[in-house]
Design a protein around this ligand. Structure first.
Ligand SMILES: *Cc1c(COP(=O)(O)O)cnc(C)c1O
Length: 435
């Protein structure tokens, strides 16, 4: 399997695609075609374990670049926690993706990427650059913490992540450095891109990215969809996924799963007021905007990086895009109301991101209310544990929620970060000094 950049038909192998992160032309790597899983796989799917699914799916993308034994070992390490589809109501399930070490779905992608990079780097020293609006950084930090030969630099927007998220970014020490940028997430993302494409820095170091732009982050995110099917296929209804979206990595991975043969009925791309993609599907015009701050801040993205990948999957055909993906945007007010409603009606606590996904399912049902035979099972991705957004959740629900021990441990540790203005040269000098 070759990997090609979204901007040029330049081909490379998976090892280079993973180690580089971003292609030389600024594009994102994509597999040259989406592999197909055979009918036998789908017949046995309900009986497979999460780890078996992960291995089979990953193998399709990695081919002979890694031995079965090595890949199995990595998959077993990455997927060593539960991802249950929890019933909220008759036709709504919450796929709880937050049972990993930092309690957000990004744990899966970050852990897989860290291990694949370490495997492919063959012990050569490397600097990993990650911009985060919240949860990416902590999952990346956790995934790479203590991996020998790899230094990780996390750029996050000062004052725009929750206190607990900040603790999860800044308290690791060791090979994990937190850079606190006096700007927005988009500034952080732009700085990271600049670092990664800087000639001088690339001469001095082996640099790579760890955002959802890395193909190694994307591949394992497709496992969730297969795993949800394995759990819910027995209900015998079409399955719709509502994905709370920021950079659209999760959603793009879902498109992979569908192209591999998984009979996903419909995708709902649910966003907060950062509505570039819903607007695009409405008007056919893609217009990036500065990001707006919301209570679902891991989705405060004004120029979603995976849009380029989605476009290439749909061959730039807007009508294809529209057929596959319905997209809705929701205000903070609506999100808060949904959290209260779900708590009151079903006694289930959603975090703000999961609540946006819940609203997406509601919106789809409403849009289809005139069509009979459109009964479906809605699966919302619960991308973070509510305790990760404790201030918002407690304020909205007017009650205290329990903080899991795993998270409490971060609160007790001491913050260490280096502050920067939005100034590439300053960040660059720091990296050079760091050697
Ligand atoms: C990153 C994140 C998202 C958005 O995921 P994308 O793949 O960037 O669209 C949603 N919810 C939470 C909690 C996140 O951390």
């Amino acid at each position: 399997m070759k990997y090609i950049s979204t901007r040029q038909q330049q081909a490379t192998n998976i090892k280079t695609a993973i180690l580089k992160g971003l292609a030389d032309d600024g594009g994102l790597f994509m597999p040259e075609y989406i592999p197909q899983l055979d009918s036998q796989f789908f017949e046995t799917l309900p009986n497979l374990t999460l780890q078996e699914i992960g291995f089979r799916v990953a193998k399709e993308f990695l081919g002979e670049s890694i031995s079965d034994d090595n890949l199995k070992e990595i998959i077993d390490e990455v997927l060593n926690f539960e991802i249950p589809a929890v019933k909220i109501s008759e036709n709504i399930y919450s796929l709880e993706l937050f049972h990993g070490p930092t309690m957000a779905f990004k744990d899966v992608g970050a852990r897989f990427m860290a291990r694949m990079m370490s495997y492919f780097s063959e012990g050569k020293p490397m600097k990993v650059i990650a911009a985060t609006s919240g949860d990416t950084g902590s999952a990346v930090a956790s995934g790479f913490f203590g991996v020998p030969g790899i230094e990780v630099y996390i750029l996050y927007p000062k004052g725009k992540v929750s206190p607990l998220q900040e603790k999860q970014l800044t308290t690791w020490g060791g090979n994990i450095k937190a850079l606190e940028i006096d700007g927005t997430f988009d500034d952080c993302q732009a700085l990271a891109k600049q670092i990664l494409s800087d000639e001088e820095l690339n001469q001095k170091f082996t640099l790579t990215s760890a955002n959802s732009i890395n193909i190694a982050r994307l591949i394992p995110q497709s496992f969730y969809y297969f795993w949800a099917f394995a759990q819910l296929q027995k209900l015998g209804k079409p399955i719709v996924f509502s994905v709370p979206s920021g950079n659209f990595g999760n959603l793009t991975a879902g498109l992979f799963a569908k192209k591999m043969g998984l009979p996903i009925h419909q995708f709902v791309a649910s966003t907060n007021e950062n509505d570039v993609v819903p607007k695009f599907l409405e008007t056919g015009n893609y217009e990036s905007k500065p990001s707006k701050q919301t209570i679902s801040n891991a989705m405060d993205v004004g120029n979603p990086s995976n849009f380029e990948r989605m476009k290439s999957l749909f061959n730039n055909d807007v009508s294809e895009f529209k057929k596959e993906i319905k997209s809705y945007s929701f205000s903070d007010e609506a999100t808060k109301k949904a959290m209260q409603e779900v708590k009151k009606d079903f006694n289930y606590t959603l975090d703000p991101h999961g609540a946006v996904a819940y609203l997406g399912l509601q919106a789809l049902r409403q849009a289809q209310s005139d069509k009979i035979n459109e009964d479906f099972v809605g699966v919302l991705f619960e991308t973070a544990h509510p305790a990760k957004f404790v201030e918002v959740v407690e304020d909205v629900l007017k009650e205290q929620i329990e903080i899991p021990e795993k998270l409490e441990a971060f609160n007790k540790r001491e913050k260490k970060s280096v502050e920067f203005p939005v100034d590439f040269e300053a960040v660059k000098n720091y990296l050079i000094q760091e050697k």
